[in-house]
Design a protein around this ligand. Sequence first.
Ligand SMILES: [Zn+2]
Ligand SMILES: [Zn+2]
Length: 170
Amino acid sequence: MIRVVTLDSFDEKQTAKLCQALYTAFGVGSEHSGQKEVPPGMSEPLDAEQLIKDIKGVRAYEDDKVLFITSRKLKERELPGGKAPTTGYALYNQNRAIITTHGHKDFEAAFKPIARNALQQIGHLWGLHHCLDPRCAMYPPWTPSFNTGEPSFCSFCREKSEQKLRLAKS
Ligand SMILES: [Zn+2]
Ligand SMILES: [Zn+2]
């Protein structure tokens, strides 16, 4: 089960549409599992890594993947070449990830890049790495074409995620 936990208020229709896209991509159930508060003392821009480690009281079973979604800005990452905006973050091969819709004015209009970002972060939770196929949601998010693509995987990544899911279930 993929549990989408909102950290800000989102239209229920939009979270339902996102869950539907996750279900289509991964073939596992996905639902909006309520809203949580950002831990007290954390201010914007939010430290994605710290936030998803610190957030308490999220009901989930061991095999569940939890995707937090916020409209607030995430702290930029320090890369050797300078600062890079953070659109999402995942604890690789674990069970918690976050995405932000910050920078998109309208959820509906920006649905594809938001869903693509969600697919990528959850893909990382199932151990997927970035992919060189520009049509794939695992394509590196800092590429200019990332935001124009569909929220779906290439056949290699799709198969790899299905394999991981089968292992998790057995
Ligand atoms: Zn990534
Ligand atoms: Zn791929």
